[in-house]
Design a protein around this ligand. Structure first.
Ligand code: NAD
Length: 385
């Protein structure tokens, strides 16, 4: 089995003492939610984000605005206690060593939550160098800084993409429907990534394991399974479904809609990240998913129910190598982190649509996000995050 996962470990008790957490990619979808939760529970947050235009930058600016408001509210609430820095934002690249030196010198983070990355599977096929630069080089720079500044815990984003199509011989099987039902488990041998993105994510896990071996740096890699919810990424399927159904635009559906996917609500992911920050395991990797799986057709039906609109489906051929059933085995995260996803698909989609209606429907047309359908690529089509 995978080296990173062979250690048998008993649960580590949480350390709830005050932390200064460097959240890389803190202006992004997951990062901004994590930063908000940290601020709300009284930790100090330092953000580095280069505000790249992978999706519209005004979304990230808005995320930072929400964080500033949250921080100001916390400051007012705690006016009587000793004041602290609370929220510090640096706009810049994790590959900029001079900036990293400055940030660590000025803020001395006790913990790192490393989420900055080039995300997206398909674009990584088109521009692999960008992914290697940000995801591998950037992560290595942060690991170096973590060692230099004696950071107590390095939590970083991996991805369910590392599983690729999952070889059925090495994954957990659940054949109760005679389908090829495959749950992905951390003990699975992983040596066949399907995209440069997946390969960079697997590389960060290997690099973190190396830094543990060399310097005893404590790290936890989290393999997120498609995350959705308020402030969700506009390039991802759950957001596209809500956006396009709301606006009466066709939504692309690859295959007959019977594929099953593990979509995870943002609050559950945030819970898992905070639990990981609080428990410094020597070197671990966890799946963070809902652990349930939903048929795409059913997901779209829920979107229809909460938007009160009928979806127009544009049926496209099944993508090469598309896996009919992907689902996280979350037993390890449950046992060692206390991770327990709470938000059902019903509730998650209801909240997402409610957020969408509140923030998007009143917006002038030119500010709405582009509604392009996926481009066909001469390369093999890939799905995932
Ligand atoms: P996101 O794109 O919203 O957030 C990433 C942030 O990092 C962005 O704000 C971006 O500007 C910033 N960034 C990118 N490159 C940078 C660089 N070189 N220097 C500084 N900042 C940089 O994506 P997200 O959905 O919030 O994902 C967060 C992490 O989780 C990523 O590592 C992603 O690969 C991983 N992940 C996400 C999902 C998902 O479903 N959203 C699934 C699996 C893994």
């Amino acid at each position: 089995a995978d080296d990173i996962n062979t250690q048998t470990t008993t649960p580590v008790p949480p350390d709830t003492s005050h932390k200064t957490v460097l959240v890389t990619g803190g202006a992004g979808f997951i990062g901004s939610h994590v930063a908000q939760a940290l601020l709300q529970r009284g930790d100090d947050v330092v953000i580095i984000d280069n505000m790249n235009d992978y999706y519209p930058v005004h979304i990230k600016e808005n995320n930072l605005h929400i964080l500033k408001t949250t921080s100001a509210a916390q400051q007012r609430q705690n006016a009587t206690t000793t004041s602290s820095r609370r929220l510090t934002i640096y706009r810049g690249d994790i590959c900029n060593q001079t900036l990293l030196d400055q940030i660590f010198r000025e803020t001395r983070p006790s913990h790192i939550c490393h989420l900055a990355a080039r995300a997206g599977v398909r674009p990584s096929v088109e521009d692999p160098f960008l992914y290697v630069q940000t995801n591998i080089m950037g992560t290595t720079r942060l690991l170096e800084m973590a060692v230099q500044y004696n950071v107590s815990n390095f939590v970083y984003a991996s991805s369910s993409s590392v599983y690729g199509g999952s070889s059925s011989s090495s994954s957990s099987r659940n054949n109760n429907n005679n389908n090829n039902r495959t749950t992905f488990s951390e003990t699975q041998q992983l040596d066949r990534p399907w995209s440069p993105y997946a390969a960079t994510k697997k590389s960060t896990e290997l690099m973190a394991a190396t830094y543990h071996h060399l310097y005893n740096l404590h790290s936890t890699g989290l393999r997120f399974f498609t995350v959705y919810g308020p402030r969700g990424r506009p390039d991802m399927a759950p957001y596209k479904f809500v956006d396009r159904v709301s606006r009466g635009l066709p939504i692309p559906q690859y295959g007959d809609g019977t594929a099953v996917r593990d979509f995870t609500y943002i609050d559950d992911i945030v819970q898992g990240i905070l639990q990981s920050l609080d428990r410094a395991y020597p070197c671990q990797v966890f799946n963070l998913g809902r652990g349930e799986g939903i048929v795409l057709k059913d997901f779209i039906q829920l979107v229809e129910r909460f938007t009160n609109k009928q979806a127009t489906i544009q049926v496209l051929p099944t993508q090469t190598g598309d896996v009919p059933y992907t689902m996280a085995d979350t037993s390890k995260a449950r046992a060692l982190l206390g991770y327990l996803p709470k938000v059902s698909f019903d509730e998650g989609i209801r909240r997402t649509v409610e957020w969408y209606n509140r923030t998007h429907l009143g917006r002038p047309k030119q500010q709405q996000l582009q509604d392009t359908l996926p481009k066909t690529s001469r390369r093999r089509q890939l799905d995932g995050t």
